[in-house]
Design a protein around this ligand. Sequence first.
Ligand code: SAM
Length: 226
Amino acid sequence: MSSPAKSRALMVKHQLEQRGISDKRVLRAMRRVPREKFIPDHLRDLAYEDGPLPIEEGQTISQPYIVAFMAEAGELKPGDKVLEIGTGSGYAAAVMAEIAGRVITIERHAALAEKARQRLSDAGYANVDVRTGDGTLGLPGEAPFDAIIATAGGPRVPEAWKAQLAVGGRIVVPVGQSRSMQDLVRLTRIGDDEFRREPLGPVRFVPLIGEEGWDEGLHWYFGRDE
Ligand code: SAM
């Protein structure tokens, strides 16, 4: 073996289809996006391994299965306007851009956002817009969104996202009382003031840091006598 295309096809078969991912649009997207172009050069041989990988700024690119699972949970459709919180490498944004009409993705680390912008442009994704900032506040000027997908875990679902979701829209977000372990939750807006909440299973994401997320410095203060 093996060309990246061949490894990608095997990844889709063994890691996704055999584990129950069945949305045709998601499987097609996962077959098309070159994950090897979204990770640091020295890790390229590991691009289709069954796990997350480290990227710049101490962050991670998610496991292929979780990217597919979240896209499927978001029930993405052609023409949808999607907000992603936590651009990271830009890989999940590319997968969602294969399905939706437009993806706007926010990253709090400016250097990571710039790198993702470059990677997405090199891979030919013109329908993704990368912004820098605190994604816990959403993007009121671009609302409403058909789907809001968060790839970092917070203590609760930010009120700003609920307000910026179209009726019928879906939020998929890891929520948990610890910074490193969460339950994946889907919130569907079924009316102006009505949301349906469904638990989708335990996950481990990096923390969602921001005004409606975790405090950036919190872990430094534990155990300090101030
Ligand atoms: N979707 C990414 C990918 O495909 O590579 C994986 C993202 S990584 C697991 C989570 C990202 O969320 C990190 O890059 C982190 O800096 C970012 N993040 C955490 N809190 C954030 C916030 N409030 N606003 C925007 N980005 C945030």
